[in-house]
Design a protein around this ligand. Sequence first.
Ligand code: PLP
Length: 364
Amino acid sequence: MGDLEAVLDGVVALFNGAPNWGSPLTMCNVSPQSNTAAIIASMLSQVFAPNTLEGEYAWNVHRAELETAGMLGNLLGWDPLATGAIYTYGGGGCFTYGVKYGLTRVLPHSRTRGIRTDAKVICSQQAHYVRQNATDWTGLGMDNVVLVRTDEATNRMDLGHLGEILQELAAKGVPVATVICTMGTTDANAFDPLGEVRALLDQHPNPPGFGKAVLYADAVVGWSWIFFRDYDFEANPLEFSARALLILRRNGQAMAELRHADAVGIDFHKVGWAPYVSSCFLYRDAAEFESIHRRGTDAYLQARTPYNPMYYTLEVSRTASGSLAGWETPGHFGKEGMQAILGESWRPGSISATSSRPPRTWSA
Ligand SMILES: Cc1ncc(COP(=O)(O)O)c(C=O)c1O
């Protein structure tokens, strides 16, 4: 046996030279320093090891996932009681869930017989490369991704080109499984025009015999601008600078469009100040999503509680470390706290520079 101290020294040594995400000198775009409460919440799951596949193994810890659905549903303007959430293995996992949701809805027989139709996944040229992972691992095939041109100045999806693609596919009788709007591209923070994409999709439904395409919003990077959806820009209670307000208003308005999506990917470990991995796949119609993906029998597990995600998740065992960190973060910061930390990060010192109030401090 190894001596505990020596083993731990070895573990600590592995961190030598690692980046310090909290340093102002670290200019990495999507890795913020984790907040202390989220780290503790997440570590508690390592100690007590709840398994969020079914109620008996997770007990009250399940509330973290269930209440995330309600909180985020409210934030997006969906019906919070109808909203569902699955914490999963990253923004890539959320994207894969988005593709799979479309495949299941549009090609229901694919669940039993396999994918026998070259349905399409449509996203912009700027969409994250995980589009390849998702179409590869679901078995749809990477060649079934159709890329929409983007506008050079804004990096947004070109709606004219999307319309042409939808028209052409409809003329050929080819169904669309999922359309992805990137709501915050990784580097340029570009937002696709989600509301207008929804309107175009409604104008070009899938051919008869296929289900309705799913509209998935990859908001893993940009989601937290939603906190500015209903900020009072006139009264400006947090006293952001005029320059910051322009950006905050624009981003808040762009994210208000999330309400048009069928499902949204949200990474608390990106612009949510939570530790890896705390990704949440959020869907507007939990009853639909959970019933069309329902499978299996209880095997050695018995469902003795009402909440048993093992029947429709990709994973079997699921850690609660992400759901605890994700659920705790908005509770800890509150809506105003998220607004303040985001506004401050846009122009450091903007509150303290213009306010007589003492600067706020955050336990991060
Ligand atoms: C827009 C976008 N989508 C998806 C992902 C994948 O997320 P993850 O790395 O959490 O799997 C990223 C990662 O940076 C991303 O920027």
